[in-house]
Design a protein around this ligand. Structure first.
Ligand code: ADP
Ligand code: MG
Length: 580
């Protein structure tokens, strides 16, 4: 439907209706008002015609508006009409009829105009509505666009969320795996926990048992502590008693030693190389203090029979050829104990070369054959250790000197032979004798002392090779300085144990001794006779005897001499060695 023909017909309609001044209802009124200025036309002849009821009938918008046409106008039959082939034709004279036709046509047109106007109004409304709708639609569209952009934004956000979701679901699957792992572990842990709980229960039971045991023990402990404190008091008391007892023991022991004789002489008879005892020597089985030297003397005249001359000697103890190192030391050990008690003890081995002096003093390295020096040291160290429990602390210093031709030689010297120093004997203000430049070695074990004996032997053998059989013509002196202190009791002791292996006591024929030998002989004889004098003086005995004037180079004579010397110094701490 086109709008243009509608407005054209509207114009035509307006002019005619205003001319007639007819009331066409509100719609028409409005149109008329708009068109007041339009001049009336000549066609205003339609007044008085029958007209259909015109009202504000509303044609449906959808109804098509037909263009006006005569063909559709129905006009009632009238006079003067001629019907030609269905069409009615007025007679030229029939003006009235023609007017009536015209009026009918006008009415038709008016009707059409009305309906068209109505349609037009309806359309206007529709247009307005449509405009409104369009505006609304545009608004809606804008809203929807906005919404779409919002949706797009949301979509973007959702895409982000989707990514996140994917990531999260990836994480989730990982976590799920982890979870299943953890669940597995958890189960293991549960099993473990169960077993531990069982164990815990067992332990709790044990603990309760232990606790009750502990309670019992605590009671016992309290009792024991009381007992201990009582015992401590007793120990203190007993320590005091022990100390007093130890001091008493020392006093008694040393009184006994004094009563036995401060100077004691033991005689040891060496076995023959082939074993056994020499025919000159007789050792009475009943007695271990006597020795008899027997000699058969031929008759000078030959008329009388040979006579046997016996020389009897008594000693503190006589050891036969079977006596072991241990047996010999047993006698000496009492004096060694005195050394630890603070008494000076000196032990000499006297006798001719080969009589067993060095064997007795040093012995060999095998345990059973060890001599007096290692045994004495061992005893001292052991006793010192025991006294340690009573608060005694000891220090031991060893020295080893060789005296040859009245000169001293350090047997513990370890430096170069060319740097060997000279020594002098010095006496300090408190009567202590020291030797200058001598090695004083601190010792604390038997092994250390054995090492020193070995070192001394090395030093001796060096001198030995330079000078044949030198050791038999020199004295060697082992000295152990003992210092003890008992701090708790404020007691001190200081003593010296001196073990001397003297030079061979054999005498040489003066006529055969020349040069060095004569010098040695003089030195040895001088020192030994001085020793005899000193020992005798110590024993408070004036020595009136002299050596036999007659010199005898044989073994018998030497033995006799030794025994006489020993008798002279009677009761020395001497282990007297005589060859069989
Ligand atoms: P000295 O030192 O008096 O010159 P030795 O001690 O060197 O004498 O002894 C000389 C030899 O006699 C050594 O071979 C030694 O082993 C041996 N001897 C000494 N006394 C005994 C003894 N009581 N038992 C066994 N052998 C001994
Ligand atoms: Mg010797």
């Amino acid at each position: 439907m086109s709008r243009l023909p509608v407005s054209a017909s509207k114009r035509a309609l307006s002019s005619s209706s205003s001319e007639n001044g007819q009331d066409f209802g509100p719609a028409q009124k409005k149109i008329c008002k708009d068109r007041e200025t339009v001049k009336p036309r000549a066609a205003a002849t339609i007044v008085g015609g029958r007209r259909p009821a015109v009202g504000p009938t509303k044609a449906p918008i959808s109804r098509p508006v037909r263009a006006g046409g005569a063909a559709t106008v129905a006009v009632g039959p009238s006079r003067g009409k001629m019907s030609v082939g269905g069409a009615t034709k007025r007679q030229p004279w029939d003006l009235k009829g023609k007017v009536s036709d015209m009026e009918g046509k006008v009415r038709n047109f008016q009707t059409k105009i009305k309906s068209v106007n109505q349609e037009n109004e309806v359309l206007k409304d529709t247009v307005v509505q449509s405009h409104t709708k369009v505006v609304e639609m545009e608004k809606t569209l804008a809203r929807q666009r906005n919404q779409i952009s919002e949706y797009e934004k949301e979509l973007q956000a959702l895409l982000g969320v989707r990514d996140k979701l994917e990531k999260v679901s990836g994480d989730k699957s990982l976590l799920e795996k982890e979870l299943s792992n953890l669940e597995g572990k958890y189960k293991v842990m549960e099993t473990l926990r169960d077993s531990q709980e069982t164990e815990l229960q067992t332990l709790k039971m044990k603990l309760s048992v232990q606790e009750s045991a502990l309670a019992r023990l605590q009671t016992t402990l309290t009792n024991t502590e009381e007992e201990v404190s009582r015992l401590k008091d007793t120990v203190v008391q007993q320590k005091d008693e022990l100390h007093a007892g130890e001091m008493e023991r020392r006093r008694l022991h040393n009184t006994i030693q004094e009563l036995k004789g401060n100077i004691r002489v033991f005689c040891r008879v060496r076995p023959l190389v082939e074993g056994g005892l020499s025919k000159h020597i007789q050792l009475p089985a009943s007695d271990n203090k006597t020795i008899t030297l027997a000699k058969t003397e031929e008759s000078h005249t030959g008329k009388t029979s040979d006579t046997q001359k016996n020389y009897n000697f008594n000693f503190d103890r006589v050891f036969g050829p079977q006596a072991s190192q241990h047996e010999v030391f047993e006698e000496i050990s009492l004096l060694v104990q005195s050394a630890l008690d603070g008494y000076n003890v000196c032990c000499f081995a006297y006798g001719q070369t080969g009589s067993g002096k060095t064997y007795t003093m040093e012995g060999s390295e095998y345990d059973d054959y060890r001599g007096v020096i290692p045994r004495a040291v061992k005893q001292i160290f052991r006793a010192a250790e025991k006294l340690g429990a009573q608060g005694w602390e000891f220090t031991f210093t060893a020295s080893f000197v060789e005296i040859y031709n009245e000169t001293l030689r350090d047997l513990l010297f370890t430096g170069k032979a060319s740097k060997r120093p000279e020594h002098e004997i010095r006496k300090s203000t408190n009567n202590e004798v020291t030797i200058t430049n001598l090695t004083y070695q601190k010792v604390s074990s038997e092994d250390q002392v054995l090492g020193l004996i070995m070192l001394a032997n090395q030093n001796r053998s060096t001198a030995q090779t330079a000078q044949n059989d030198r050791s038999s013509r020199s004295h060697s002196v082992f000295q152990l300085d003992i210092e003890g202190v008992n701090v708790g009791r404020d007691v001190k002791c200081k003593s010296t144990l001196c073990l001397v292996d003297l030079a061979g006591s054999e005498r040489m024929l003066k006529s055969q001794s020349q040069g060095e030998r004569f010098k040695e002989m003089t030195a040895i004889n001088g020192s030994l006779s001085n020793l005899g004098i000193v020992i005798s003086a110590l024993a408070n005995k004036v020595c009136k005897e002299t050596y036999l004037g007659k010199e005898e180079p044989d073994s018998f004579g030497e033995t006799l001499n030794s025994l006489r010397f020993a008798s002279k110094v009677s009761c020395i701490h001497v282990c007297f060695n005589v060859p069989s």
